[in-house]
Design a protein around this ligand. Structure first.
Ligand SMILES: Nc1ncnc2c1ncn2[C@@H]1O[C@H](COP(=O)(O)OP(=O)(O)OP(=O)(O)O)[C@@H](O)[C@H]1O
Length: 591
């Protein structure tokens, strides 16, 4: 189809004389013009977000990426050799994971079929990912179905992935740079991508509910045990606490078609002719044919119940062990305590103060606490350096989510008063809409209160509990952090990245006044400077700031260096024998 006829057809659709394209496509074209103000005569190139934003999006989707990976690898193997690329986009449309043939990398990057491309409909126009997010349906957007002429060579097939509460959380897309075939040729792709999305949801449900009963069900017995169609997770009293999208579809038939997570909290016997006590009868030991279950609307299905896999631990402990809080750090005693405390506090609505030097990961921890809780709730940052928004706007944006307050220690007395009024006003909201407050501060707010420089009433509103993030130079999980950052930067380098022992030792010996932010930047520069996939000493940029005198004790520094005297000596800028002498004098060594 020529560019001109594409423009002409869009015009016809807008004037109500469509030529019989899919209704979903025609509706999307209308949105492009009427809601997003796009002009089809002005094509725009693929939108790629900055490295920093990509990193943020990947961090936020980290859990899902990890769960989806093996499913995506299996799917990619199925389609390999057919020039398909596979994209996993987050709920905002940004590509956070990608599998493609490196041979076509440049072409794919230009077409936006790449890590970091933003396929939200309001930016890219009608497209697989963006239109799937809007319609919440699996969809094929084939060639001239695309609104923007830049994308009309592509054929994109996308399916939504829902979290266990029914919120759209990601989109799985397989795309072809060009396809000589008609749209119908993509129906196999559509089935593949739907099945993969279903498996990712199933894996997610199982991972989220290891300690709970899970009831899987299918219309036919053949694949029930290995690849079921749908599943719900149940608490001890038989209430639904999680579900796959397939399950929500089945349950919605008995809830007037409602697909907005309404089934969560309902008892299973409202939908099926069975209760929690009959689940042991549906476990794998019984022949599949004997595991027939009846929906209350009369339909028969086959059920497979999976018992809680481990002893149920108090819920306060479990989220920190597997969830996003794991991404905060490795085996550092202070971090372990922090993770355990954060896991206990996360499900409560208690306001939290996160304290720590710049770059220690306060915002990162706030986001981890937020995402460790189910649901696609808003996370709104309120920077105290910017003018305060009016309370209504704030409540509207953050309702039911997290309000992250950054840097209140710098506020003038008048602004503190204003902030106090805004925050105190949140208390009058119904519980469901009241956002959870998490504050980050690099200054010690308690001493500001004592010095009369910070309002005590505001302090007590913000800080019923304080969680302190240790500075990087005192962390004992430095190796874990380096390895994790290298994995996170994996997309910058085709081979798997390593770091030489000498470079690692040099990094450990540094002072890191900018903490994790400085470490991440240093590694990013080193990756860019390194010739090969091994980062060596000469690739490391020099530390931008000279070390400062610290008040940390020798014991602290030795602990952070795993007792290694040579490392401690380099960090303190003295020689090894000085450390040895001081350690003996302070009784830190035997003999
Ligand atoms: N556990 C972690 N693993 C990997 N990277 C991390 C981790 N924690 C923080 N980072 C990275 O370090 C940088 C700084 O983190 P963050 O913004 O959370 O720090 P902060 O304490 O809020 O900083 P500031 O006080 O300056 O606002 C970010 O780029 C973040 O991605």
């Amino acid at each position: 189809m020529s560019n001109l006829s594409h423009l002409r057809e869009i015009d016809q659709v807008l004037s109500g004389r469509g030529m019989g394209r899919d209704a979903l496509v025609e509706q999307s074209w209308r949105r492009c013009v009427e809601e997003y103000g796009m002009d089809p005569a002005r094509p725009s190139p693929a939108h790629i977000v900055t490295e920093a934003r990509l990193r943020e999006h990947r961090e936020q989707s980290e859990r899902l990426i990890a769960i989806a990976r093996s499913g995506l690898e299996a799917l990619f193997r199925q389609i390999a050799g057919q020039k398909y690329v596979l994209l996993l986009a987050d709920a905002k449309g940004v590509t956070v994971d990608y599998f493609g043939d490196p041979k076509f990398e440049e072409e794919l990057r230009q077409a936006g079929l790449f890590l970091g491309s933003d396929w939200s409909e309001e930016l890219a126009g009608t497209c697989g990912v963006g239109s799937c997010i809007i319609t919440r349906e699996a969809i094929t957007i084939h060639q001239s179905d695309h609104f923007d002429l830049t994308h009309t060579p592509l054929s994109c097939t996308a399916a939504p992935i829902f979290d266990t509460r029914g919120n759209l959380t990601a989109v799985l897309d397989i795309s072809l740079l060009r396809s000589p075939q008609p749209k119908i040729s993509q129906s196999l792709a559509l089935n593949l991508v739907k099945a993969s999305a279903r498996r990712v949801e199933m894996a997610n449900l199982m991972a989220m509910n290891r300690g709970d009963w899970v009831l899987r069900f299918s219309t036919s017995p053949e694949f029930l045990d290995v690849d079921p169609e749908a599943a719900v997770a149940l608490d001890g009293s038989g209430r639904i606490i999680g579900m796959t999208h397939g399950a929500e579809r089945v349950l919605a038939r008995q809830m007037d078609g409602r697909m907005d997570g309404a089934a969560i909290g309902e008892r299973i016997d409202r939908f099926f002719d069975l209760g929690i006590d009959s689940l042991p009868d549906l476990m794998r030991g019984r022949p599949t044919e004997d595991r027939l279950i009846q929906l209350r609307d009369g339909q028969g299905m086959f059920g497979h119940a999976i018992a809680p896999q481990t002893e149920r631990r108090p819920p306060a402990h479990s989220p920190g062990e597997t969830g996003p809080l794991q991404t905060i750090g490795g085996s550092d005693p202070a971090i372990r305590r922090l993770q355990a405390d954060a896991a206990r506090l996360a499900p409560t609505g208690i306001a939290l103060l996160l304290s720590g030097e710049t770059g220690t990961g306060k915002e990162r921890l706030a986001r981890a606490i937020h995402t460790s809780q189910p649901g696609n709730r808003p996370f709104v940052t309120l920077s105290c350096a910017a003018p305060l928004p009016d309370p209504e706007t704030l409540v509207e944006a953050a309702a039911g989510g997290t309000l992250f307050l950054d840097g209140p220690g710098e506020l003038s007395p008048a602004d503190q008063g204003r902030l106090h009024r805004v925050l105190a006003g949140l208390d009058s909201l119904p519980l469901r809409r009241r956002p959870r407050l998490i504050t980050a501060s690099t200054t010690d707010l308690a001493s500001l209160v004592r010095a009369g420089a910070f309002r005590a009433d505001l302090f007590f509103l913000l800080a019923p509990v304080t969680l302190s993030l240790p500075p990087l130079r005192l962390r004992q999980d430095f190796d874990w952090l380096i390895d994790r950052l290298l994995r996170q930067f994996g997309h910058l380098c085709p081979q798997s990245l390593r770091i030489s022992p000498a470079a690692r030792a040099e990094l450990k010996a540094r002072d890191w006044p900018g903490n994790l932010r400085e470490l991440a930047n240093t590694l990013e520069v080193a990756i860019a400077l390194a010739d090969a996939a091994v980062i060596d000493l000469p690739d490391l940029p020099p530390a931008p700031l000279a070390p400062v005198d610290r008040t940390e004790t020798l014991a602290d520094i030795l602990a952070a260096c795993d007792g290694n005297m040579a490392l401690a000596a380099r960090r303190m800028g003295v020689n090894r024998s000085t450390i040895l002498r001081r350690a003996r004098r302070e009784g830190l060594l035997d003999g």
